[in-house]
Design a protein around this ligand. Sequence first.
Ligand SMILES: Cc1cc2nc3c(=O)[nH]c(=O)nc-3n(C[C@H](O)[C@H](O)[C@H](O)COP(=O)(O)OP(=O)(O)OC[C@H]3O[C@@H](n4cnc5c(N)ncnc54)[C@H](O)[C@@H]3O)c2cc1C
Length: 411
Amino acid sequence: MTNIENTQEVLIVGAGPVGLVCALGLAQAGLKCTVIDEVPGVVHSPRAIVYHWSVLAGLDRLGILNQAIARGFCKTDYSYKVHKSGETISWDIGALKGHVEFPFNIHLPQNILAEIILEELKNYPDVSVDWETGFVGLEQDGDGVTVNAKKPDGSEITYKADWVIGADGARSPVRHALGLPFDGTTWEHRFVATNIRADLEPLGYARSVMLIDDVYGAVVVKINNDNLWRCTFAEKADLPEESVLERIPEMFANIIPEMGDDYELVQYSPYRMHQRAASSFRKGRVMLAGDAAHSTNPTGGLGLTSGLFDSYILYEALAAIIKGQENESILDKYSDERRRIFLETTSPRAIENCNFLYHSGDLEVLEKNLQNLRRMANDEPFMLEKTLFTMSMETPSLITGLRTNEGVKIA
Ligand SMILES: Cc1cc2nc3c(=O)[nH]c(=O)nc-3n(C[C@H](O)[C@H](O)[C@H](O)COP(=O)(O)OP(=O)(O)OC[C@H]3O[C@@H](n4cnc5c(N)ncnc54)[C@H](O)[C@@H]3O)c2cc1C
């Protein structure tokens, strides 16, 4: 049996952080929208933790920054360690104080950000989140979009919407339904993200440690104040995925030797990484955002950062179009600009980050990169200039032309 749902102004496919930020922005603009997600609730697998200083003004505009800070923590210290030599290079982005409104990063698991937004959405009766509702297909014409979805019991639901946002992750069934290619590359090696409970700060660990090595390269990051840490490492993809768990203790013994056996493995997740972008982030009345539009390796935490910058301008643009204040042609600008920034700025930097940490076999390149890091540790203006990088991943508002961090100069 097929149920026909009421007409929505916007239907969002995917209740990940990007879909939910769009929903909250649209809700606050007074619009009616529905979010559907195929899973029963927020996904808890180990994913984004770090919110760079540059995305915080956008969270503040949505009224959720204080809760994000309360449920996570603010952090300014960074440390890079060369595995083979033991050289450690550290700096503190607290020097952003006086230059930007929020001079710190936040560490917060993305599932907690999703929970904060879901709580907030309860204040908006015109917004609903339909779990266990998997997108199946869509049809569109000049008047709107018809979306077909399925429940676990096989029953079908049809939604009618004026606009659709596909925020359904890197595999994006919405992108497939639109027939948009997702060109790019897949990294050869496998990444393994682990969440562990351990007390690493007394062992001398900064709350973000990047370990540089062609075998034991890793990111070790504190997740919360309950001593939960993320350790992500890489391994050859031809090693069997089924036995990842058996290899974890040996990797930890090399990556965090000071820890010994004094840890609890809470979660782990092997995954492949891509550098890919959809050929367009808009087709008619359907827009792609977040990982559905672009996928990057997460070294340096640029994945969700880009997705948040997509959502900040997309919900604002859609709200203005629906209210008759703007022409829908600004959505082409959304597509062109977000895609251009991903291909020209975000993806190249994420590739650099990944090669630096995990493929540092070329000693000449390594030394050049280390010189940059040493300078960051000793030359504050240089460090500040480098720290402003993530702001260049933002597209200014399509309505006002302003950035969420207006007034900060990009080097
Ligand atoms: C180990 C790891 C660490 C990371 N760390 C960082 C970091 O520190 N900082 C950072 O910026 N980025 C990081 N990232 C990247 C970040 O996790 C992603 O960019 C982010 O999850 C993208 O959010 P999204 O909402 O676009 O997609 P997703 O989080 O993938 O959400 C997509 C949603 O769509 C739903 N969906 C899928 N198919 C359907 C369907 N057919 N019907 C309905 N719903 C569907 C899914 O269930 C899911 O809820 C990391 C990634 C990994 C893997």
